[in-house]
Design a protein around this ligand. Structure first.
Ligand SMILES: [Zn+2]
Ligand SMILES: [Zn+2]
Length: 107
């Protein structure tokens, strides 16, 4: 587990792991992100093993049409199939936006 850091806050000092079958459920106490660590991740589309775990935001629209991040999930990004998303995530340093943007219909 030496290369393990939280995909959201990039810290490794407060991680707890709990084995669940093939996967290890990791919890980061620093930012409360929980994700499953697959010991041999693989792209479902092309079989590429060069995938990264990235945090993905879950948004909710609250009163006043504000958008808040209510939770974080994680996704696997393939260096080939998800190159654009991967690059955008690495550049921004913030969780990936949801596929469905609840703010989309507001403008
Ligand atoms: Zn974290
Ligand atoms: Zn792929």
């Amino acid at each position: 587990m030496d290369d393990l850091v939280c995909p959201n806050c990039h810290r490794d000092d407060d991680l707890a792991g709990e084995r669940r079958g093939e996967l290890i459920r990791i919890t980061c106490a620093t930012c409360n992100l929980t994700w499953d660590r697959d010991p041999s991740p693989r792209c479902k589309t092309c079989g590429n093993r060069d995938v990264r775990v990235a945090p993905k935001a879950v948004w909710e629209r609250v009163r006043g049409n504000q958008i808040i991040t209510v939770a974080l999930t994680t996704v696997h990004l393939c260096s080939t199939c998800d190159a654009d998303t991967l690059r955008a995530w690495l550049n921004s340093g913030t969780p990936i936006a949801p596929d469905e943007n609840p703010a989309a219909g507001l403008k």
